[in-house]
Design a binder for this molecule. Structure first.
Ligand code: GDG
Length: 458
């Protein structure tokens, strides 16, 4: 990249976690891995929250990055984080698969907390420096920074979908959110459709106007584009080939598979991920052909998430009832029909599951991208494996010709597609997998960060 401007990242969470011993550890995951090198090269700063209440610890340096802490009180965590971010925006932006709740008592703390993030950022930036803001919790921050640092180069990336205007229009504070985002110079979405939805909403509810490839707003030009996020492909491919992961995958094939094909689901336990309907699809397949339960086994890994929120307790109950029902009908004392793991696994265990699974079933009702789909492709061998993928995941855009695409609401469709995936011959599976591998190798998370920053820095 041409310029040597410093880079400032603003995200809800800092790129570190506290260990039980109270020390800082860099968080796992592709996003941190992709952005950290840019920050390290440029004496970068990351503004974010530690994840704990009343953590007023000031700034600290860890692993080459300056962390600047935004402290949140218990009541702000309730209203800004659980409330407006996860009770209003999350369902609204995921096609209203649950009814979003609109409360003024959540909105004002959202504004206040966004202002605090912006103030911390403003303190750090001089003229024309680069700022990269992440995700739905911080949509007001671009304009709040712009007010105080009119010449900064501000980028914003939304990790979740931006909804169609018919849904977005419900939001009582729609204009404020749009004006907040329009403070940026570059607005990145997971898909071109997300970018198009944003442009529709901005043209309808603000003074922004489209001309050529940009939006014009208050005398500025704003680039609005799809930048599909990805994974740290070289790292995952390397880790998946280690003796430890290969041995664990072999053990899974012997113990869990025991001669049967393994169908795998891996998700945060979230109502957007379609886990309950996916299980009903598998149940329908076993009902159509009961002998299949001796030929395949379903493994569902569900990572605990947002457990304090009522909708998340409900979805957990639904999923666990479905697992119980399928096992009640199809398991034998010597073998389960569905294995269910409700926990966070070490990443190497996850890689072993990816490597062992003959079929990966990913059926969210709506998902910004879905990195699990890409991780499966990177970690599995290149001559086998089938990916069943929801048409409503961002990843379906890139994997349209390699994956088996399904409607995640269609129980019969899921059953039939799983049947095709389970019975797919190795030649076809290998051809499809190779296509998808090429995709994740060419477009990894490093290329994603670089392409976004290149536009921001131009
Ligand atoms: C949001 C958007 C978008 C899962 N189980 C375990 C575990 N994981 C890791 C996976 C993967 C990540 O969690 C999940 O990422 P997804 O993309 O699938 O889904 P969200 O959490 O909803 O992420 C999404 C993403 O942001 C990025 O922009 O793709 O659409 O909703 O990396 O590996 N990791 C470990 N143990 C587990 O049991 N260690």
């Amino acid at each position: 990249m041409a310029s040597s401007n410093r880079l400032l990242t603003v995200a809800n969470r800092l790129p570190v976690r506290r260990t039980e011993a109270g020390e800082w550890k860099t968080s796992p995951g592709g996003l941190v891995a992709a952005i950290a090198p840019f920050l390290r090269d440029r004496e970068g700063v990351w503004v974010g929250w530690t994840g704990e209440a009343d953590d007023a610890i000031g700034s600290f340096h860890h692993d080459g990055i300056n962390n600047r802490v935004v402290s949140l009180t218990h009541s702000e965590i309730d209203a800004f984080y659980r409330g407006f971010s996860n009770g209003t925006l999350w369902p609204l932006y995921h096609d209203c698969v649950r009814p979003p709740e609109y409360h003024r008592r959540w909105w004002w703390p959202y504004v206040d907390v966004n202002r605090r993030f912006a103030e911390q950022a403003v303190d750090e930036i001089a003229e024309r420096e680069l700022v990269w803001i992440h995700d739905y919790q911080l949509q007001l921050v671009p304009a709040m920074i712009r007010e105080r640092r009119p010449h900064a180069r501000i980028g914003f990336f939304l990790h979740i979908p931006f909804p169609p205007i018919e849904l977005f229009a419900q939001l009582p504070w729609r204009r404020h959110i749009l004006e907040g985002l329009l403070g940026a110079d570059v607005l990145g979405f997971q898909t071109p459709q997300g970018a198009a939805n944003f442009i529709d909403a901005a043209m309808q509810f603000t003074e922004a106007r489209q001309s050529d490839d940009v939006l014009r707003y208050q005398g500025r030009e704003i680039v609005v584009e799809g930048f599909p996020i990805s994974i740290d492909t070289p790292r995952i491919e390397e880790q998946a080939k280690t003796a430890e992961v290969l041995a664990a995958a072999k053990t899974l094939r012997e113990n869990v598979g025991a001669g049967r094909k393994i169908v795998l689901g891996v998700d945060r336990l979230d109502y957007t991920k379609g886990i309950d309907v996916r299980l009903r699809g598998y149940e329908e397949l076993l009902r159509r052909d009961p002998k299949l339960s001796s030929e395949c086994v379903f493994v569902q890994v569900a990572v605990p998430s947002r457990e304090a929120v009522a909708e998340y307790q409900d979805i957990r109950d639904n999923v666990e009832r479905a697992v119980g029902r399928i096992n009640g009908e199809h398991a034998k004392t010597s073998r389960m029909a569905v294995h269910y793991l409700y926990r966070n696994l070490p990443f190497t265990d996850l890689l072993a599951f990816y490597s062992a699974a003959d079929v990966m079933a990913i059926t969210p009702f709506r998902d910004g991208m879905n990195l699990v789909a890409k991780e499966y492709v990177a970690a599995h061998s290149e001559d086998s494996g089938a990916l069943v993928l929801s048409e409503f995941a961002g990843a379906a855009h890139e994997f349209r010709s390699g994956a088996l695409i399904v409607n995640p609401h269609d129980i019969d469709g899921i059953a039939s597609t799983l049947e095709v995936a389970i019975g797919m011959d190795q030649k076809e599976a290998g051809q499809r997998m190779k296509k998808m591998k090429r995709q994740v190798r060419e477009a990894d998370v490093h290329a994603w960060a670089e392409s976004f920053l290149k536009v921001l820095d131009s």
